[in-house]
Design a protein around this ligand. Structure first.
Ligand SMILES: Cc1cc2nc3c(=O)[nH]c(=O)nc-3n(C[C@H](O)[C@H](O)[C@H](O)COP(=O)(O)OP(=O)(O)OC[C@H]3O[C@@H](n4cnc5c(N)ncnc54)[C@H](O)[C@@H]3O)c2cc1C
Length: 386
């Protein structure tokens, strides 16, 4: 195993850094107050689409997708390096330039999508003309997706959908939804256009991240044509298991990029902020918080690179993916907590970057399979529990 970042990826990461400085940072600074206090406004949706469009033009939007559909053809390890660069940049809007889950193109549509689905859904996602969302969770089905109740009843020419989803990221702003349903032959995935008769976006669900990205979704006799079934009926669990790994590695590598930035901020503050006539970093108490954070960053990064490399070799990495997601997301929350502590009162203030990071990283331990669910997977893959 050689985790030296290849020269071409280093060059790509530098180009991404330049893109962020030129196209994203000024926009984020301009809309800082709006982003902080009012969540996504219609105006900001336009801003987001603009960044996505520029990223598509620059060739950064779908780096993890195969080249034959216009993607960058990067493997999991290459994507880890790229995501670290983006997440470590200190900008939030830059996450949109990646076309990552849940709003952009994904491997499931690439590998399972019919020709029609590729043309109608995947390719517009690749070009940044459309966005999507992934609607799995329901009020009574979160960690346990087997409890999903949204029902797809077979009718002439398609399905009638009835049920309710919640916490669906990007549902209010997307062009179509990827909906996990219960159907006659088990659970299935359907593509639902927005708008569609019988589909209603419910209230925005205000969150700790204050971004207004999640909402409820209601289906009331919503007709979905047969050709919008992804893959085969009854195979949704197998597909989820196959494609969830990408999301989990993506969350872990994003956590690592954020941790890297936090450590840089902590070191800078510890060496410049003076109390009792000397930098606070001269105190062992502060040094240890930085040392522990660096150690956890190193461990998380090593795990992530190893897991991504193994995935690229075609190994079954289900256990490693869960261990990496678990460790990296728990670690980033500990590091964010230490960062707030090192910044003191400033760390609690909205004007300080670590305050927002502290709030935003919290979701990483919940979404994409909670820490407890990762532990469950790790135990099961070790032959314990069922
Ligand atoms: C910001 C945000 C964005 C989201 N975006 C999306 C999205 O785009 N699409 C989507 O479908 N969903 C989305 N979700 C939902 C997310 O996937 C769920 O919140 C998550 O799967 C947990 O489900 P739950 O909230 O119902 O919690 P529950 O499943 O009720 O779990 C509650 C607690 O119990 C624990 N628990 C549950 N089962 C076990 C067990 N067997 N053993 C031990 N502990 C257990 C959990 O770990 C958790 O700590 C999002 C959530 C958030 C917060």
């Amino acid at each position: 195993m050689d985790f030296e970042v290849p020269e071409e990826i280093q060059e790509l990461c530098r180009a991404i850094g330049t893109f962020i400085d030129r196209e994203v940072r000024p926009v984020e600074e301009k809309h800082h107050d709006e982003l902080e206090s009012r969540g996504v406004t219609p105006h900001l949706v336009g801003v987001a689409r603009d960044i996505m469009g520029k990223s598509v033009d620059a060739g950064f939007y779908a780096l993890g997708m195969p080249e034959d559909v216009g993607g960058g053809g990067l493997g999991e390890l290459g994507m880890c390096f790229v995501r670290e660069t983006v997440a470590g940049s200190g900008t939030w809007l830059s996450l949109l330039m990646m076309g990552d889950l849940p709003f952009g193109p994904n491997r499931m549509l690439y590998e399972l999508g019919s020709d029609l689905q590729r043309e109608r859904y995947l390719m517009p996602l690749m070009r940044g003309e459309k966005t999507t969302c992934i609607a799995l969770s329901e009020p009574d089905a979160g960690s346990d997706l087997s409890a999903v109740q949204t029902k797809a009843e077979k009718v002439d020419g398609g399905y009638l959908l009835n049920g309710k989803k919640h916490y669906t990221t990007n549902a209010p702003y997307c062009d179509f939804m990827q909906v996990f349903t219960r159907s006659e032959h088990g659970h299935s995935i359907l593509l639902v256009d927005k708008p569609s008769e019988g589909l209603e976006i419910g209230r925005i669900q205000k969150s700790m991240g204050e971004d207004d990205l999640q909402s409820e979704v209601f289906f009331d006799d919503c007709f979905v044509p047969e050709e919008n079934l992804v893959g085969e009926e009854g195979m949704a669990f197998a597909y989820a298991a196959r494609f969830l790994s990408n999301e989990r590695i993506a969350i872990a590598s994003t956590a690592i990029g954020v941790m890297d930035r936090l450590v840089r901020l902590m070191v800078e503050h510890a060496t410049t902020r003076e109390q009792f006539g000397r930098p606070i970093g001269d105190n062992q108490a502060i040094q240890w918080m930085i040392s522990d954070s660096l150690t956890e960053l190193y461990a998380a990064r090593s795990m992530c690179y190893d897991t991504a490399w193994r995935a690229d070799q075609g190994e079954n990495v289900m256990q490693q993916v869960s261990m990496t997601k678990l460790f990296a997301t728990e670690a980033v929350c500990r590091v964010a907590d230490r960062a707030v502590q090192i910044f003191g009162g400033m760390g609690y203030m909205r004007e300080c970057p670590v305050e927002r990071i502290y709030r935003i990283v919290r979701v990483m331990r919940i979404a994409g399979g909670s820490s407890e669910i990762q532990r469950m997977v790790i135990a099961r893959t070790a032959g314990v529990g069922n």
